[in-house]
Design a protein around this ligand. Structure first.
Ligand SMILES: *Cc1c(COP(=O)(O)O)cnc(C)c1O
Length: 458
């Protein structure tokens, strides 16, 4: 008998209390924070779905490994365990630890990219884009057209548009492309996967032109499991075999261990080119630390070494993708459209569809995010005109293409009843959609305004 319920593949060994907060406390917290959920204190939030980055639970095996952390400044045993874990999955020869993914990006782009060059990607994550622009290069997004359509059910919406990649190379010239990147899963596109067929096609283009190919590998394990579920010929392969095949196609990767490293902090740059690795290590010593710890404690590297094994366990990945889909189905049942199909790590509520009377300049996704918190202490994040709108000289905003609220699911942290509760909160808010008003932005910083902006209800 195969039972249909996909259970959390763990039992709880240590618990952290969450506090019920009264409606009056939530209203006061919103006022104090200027209706910006980034301004809330952790103890004012009941279910925190702001991000899946570094917010997951460690396993007992990870805590145990921490006790064995070797804090030697040079040649730490923890580093060699970390390096072995990374090499075992990626096959990449040079492993450079960093304190987060963005530090790996900064180092890679500093040593490999020069001013005026163009870096193609399916969709650059915001720190990736910022680090490329910081060295004076252009970050170009070449995801397939379906990847930009929320309702499209394409199984691999993170795929690269191969024709546009070829056209970009023809337009700017091979010498102006230092490397090609692919983000797996495609975070900024809704956590959508990339197929092996597409990775192979990108590899073939890179081979034809002699270009290096790198992965932004933050959610490589979730991507591998989507391949197992959706790509013909992979149903009988293990996630580890699929991950190895993905990495076998590339020359290097950047990684945030706060995602599929199952850690609270950490990252790495891994690559095959020994000369580039030497240049990266020279910069690493300047900005992160000695090459056998690069910005991490010994025990952090042990946590990641264990996390990289646990993240590829099939029971975990089945539960992980199912729990995200479960919340998406509940939101749809409550009458709130979502970006489809659900990605690996988050559910994206479509505020434009739910609140059609609030124009983008009145921030419908911000209004929806505020109501989810006001109603039930659930914190998500606006991904719409607050985050991506462009302020115009006349004080209005050029709207973002979509108005979304992202509910990101921390790894191994919340149970099914927590998620059922979130679904109830979504349904309550959707039930009073007619009464929800927009906001006016009354304070904003010149860049990354979404972190600190203040709002007033209309
Ligand atoms: C989180 C993330 C990064 C940056 O990693 P940090 O550890 O937050 O610096 C880069 N790319 C993608 C796709 C990410 O999700």
């Amino acid at each position: 008998m195969v039972f249909k319920t996909i259970i959390e593949p763990f039992r709880i060994h240590s618990v952290q209390a969450v506090r019920q907060i009264s409606a009056a406390e939530r209203a006061a917290a919103l006022q104090r924070a200027g209706f910006n959920l980034f301004g809330l204190h952790g103890d004012e939030v009941l279910i925190d779905l702001l991000t899946d980055s570094g917010t997951g639970a460690l396993s007992s095996a990870q805590w145990a490994a921490m006790m064995d952390g070797d804090e030697s400044y040079a040649g730490s045993k923890s580093f060699y365990r970390f390096q072995d874990a990374v090499t075992d999955i990626t096959g990449l020869k040079e492993v450079i630890p960093t304190h987060q993914g963005r530090a790996a990006e900064h180092i890679l782009f500093t040593v490999a990219v020069t001013k005026g060059q163009v870096v193609p990607n399916n969709t650059h994550f915001d720190t990736t884009r910022a680090n490329i622009e910081y060295v004076g290069a252009e970050a170009r997004d070449l995801v397939i057209p379906e990847g930009r359509v929320p309702s499209s059910l394409h199984p691999f919406k993170g795929n690269m548009d191969i024709d546009r990649l070829e056209a970009t190379i023809a337009e700017v010239g091979v010498r102006n492309i230092p490397l090609v990147m692919m983000t797996v899963t495609n975070n900024s596109g809704g956590g959508q996967p990339v197929s092996l067929e597409n990775l192979r096609a990108v590899r073939a283009v890179c081979d034809r032109h002699g270009l290096p190919f790198f992965l932004d590998a933050c959610r490589f394990a979730e991507n591998a499991y989507f391949i197992k579920l959706r790509e013909p010929g992979y149903a009988d392969k293990t996630p580890r075999e699929i991950a190895r095949e993905m990495f076998s196609l590339v020359d290097g990767c950047t990684m945030s261990a706060k995602k599929d490293g199952m850690a609270n902090i950490g990252g790495f740059l891994a690559l095959n080119d020994a000369r580039m690795a030497q240049a990266a290590r020279n910069l690493l010593i300047l900005t992160e630390g000695f090459p056998t710890y690069g910005g991490l404690a010994g025990y952090d590297m042990d946590v990641i070494a264990v996390g990289l094994k646990e993240v590829l366990e099939e029971d975990y990945l089945r539960y992980r993708l199912r729990s995200t889909a479960y919340l998406a189905e509940a939101a749809e049942r409550a009458g709130v459209p979502t970006v489809r199909p659900p990605g690996g790590h988050a559910v994206y509520l479509d505020a434009k569809a739910l609140l059609p009377k609030i124009p983008p300049q009145r921030y419908p996704a911000q209004a929806l995010a505020v109501e989810l918190y006001r109603s039930g202490g659930v914190r998500g994040v606006e991904i719409g005109t607050v985050m991506f709108g462009k302020p115009q000289p006349d004080g209005t905003d050029l709207p973002a293409p979509m108005e979304l609220v992202r509910l990101a699911i921390p790894r191994r942290t919340y149970t099914q009843s927590h998620i059922d509760y979130v679904a109830e909160v979504i349904a309550e808010v959707a039930g009073r959609r007619e009464t929800i008003r927009g906001y006016r932005m009354v304070e904003q910083a010149p860049w990354l305004r979404h972190f600190t902006a203040r709002f007033e209800p209309l």
